[in-house]
Design a protein around this ligand. Structure first.
Ligand code: C2E
Ligand code: CA
Ligand code: CA
Ligand code: CA
Length: 278
């Protein structure tokens, strides 16, 4: 038994080294990917379920790896956040997505509100506001075409700092949404102080609708909360007509999910806009 223990330990420690090495390699690869332009943006439609019309789209990054193919964000965003690479990555996404949306508007299309994911790290310092002001100018993007999504848990890490920056973002005319709402334990009093316009109900609460009693109760409570605070609501992750109907019947009109469309590459998104825009 003693030998076994030692073997296990050795196995464990060499495994740790492998893991550390893999992380270092991954970080170098991520840095290169940015330089070599290997990231691409997909767009997922957000729909007014009552009218079936497109109201906006969320930009979602993917990594087009030369050997491994398309890598989803869950595989590299956490590391990007840990290493700070998320800042240049998100800045790249913001710029490319804005340029794309401006192009669509120029073409006479109406993509609706462009929703951008923003990491909490961007909330630090006085750099974000001048950055986004410059970007809006240089891309010719109207701030009213933009929505920034920030997760509830990221806001709650440093609420005071977040409130201050979010106020400045909001003053630029940009819409603000809390992402993954219901998973970050914000208090009502904190929520009231945030200059936000929308809540996005996390997919984990939508997944088991309308059968799971707890999820039914939670989503009803979130919808009621949004009404009370006069916030608009988007539900994410609706895959079935039952989920869409439940959400609509309970007063949540804006829906993003596979039921309407998976995230699409640029060309397909353009087709989608042509078919579904208001
Ligand atoms: P998120 O911001 O909560 O984005 C929604 C995720 O749910 C997307 O996954 C989307 O494809 C997925 N989804 C939407 N509807 C459905 C559905 O009906 N069923 C299922 N099974 N999934 C659905 P994706 O694109 O893999 O992105 C995962 C996460 O990666 C995002 O979650 C966000 O946290 C992060 N992320 C993606 N792009 C960016 C980015 O440009 N910057 C930052 N900072 N984070 C990003
Ligand atoms: Ca999001
Ligand atoms: Ca989300
Ligand atoms: Ca999420």
């Amino acid at each position: 038994a003693k030998d076994e223990g030692r073997d296990n330990f050795q196995f464990y420690s060499s495994d740790m080294t492998d893991k550390a090495l893999e992380l270092i390699l991954m970080e170098a690869n991520l840095r290169q990917a940015l330089e070599k332009n290997e990231f691409i943006i997909y767009f997922q439609p957000i729909t007014n379920a009552k009218t079936n019309r497109l109201v906006g789209l969320e930009s979602l990054i993917r990594w087009m790896h030369p050997e491994k193919g398309l890598i989803p964000p869950d595989k590299f965003i956490p590391l990007a956040e840990e290493t700070g690479l998320i800042i240049p990555i998100d800045q790249w996404v913001m710029k490319q997505a804005m340029l794309q949306v401006v192009d669509w508007y120029k073409e006479g299309l109406n993509p609706g509100l462009l929703s951008l994911n923003m990491s909490s790290l961007q909330l630090k310092g006085d750099e974000f506001i001048p950055f986004i002001e410059d970007l809006l100018k240089s891309t010719n993007c109207n701030p009213e075409w933009i929505q920034i999504e920030i997760t509830e848990s990221q806001i709650m890490k440093k609420p005071e700092e977040a409130i201050s920056i979010l106020n400045q973002v909001s003053a630029l005319g940009i819409t603000l949404a809390i992402d993954d709402f219901g998973t970050g334990f914000s208090s009502l009093s904190q929520l009231k102080r945030l200059p936000i316009d929308k809540l996005k109900i996390d997919r984990s609460f939508v997944k088991e609708l309308p059968n799971d009693e707890e999820d039914v109760a939670i989503s009803k409570a979130i919808i009621a909360l949004a009404k009370t605070l006069d916030l608009h609501l988007i539900a994410e992750g609706a895959e079935t007509i039952e989920q869409v109907n439940f959400l609509m019947n309970h007063g949540c009109d804006y829906i993003q999910g596979y039921y309407f469309s998976k995230p699409l590459p640029q060309k397909e998104m353009r087709e989608y806009i042509i078919k579904h825009s208001q």
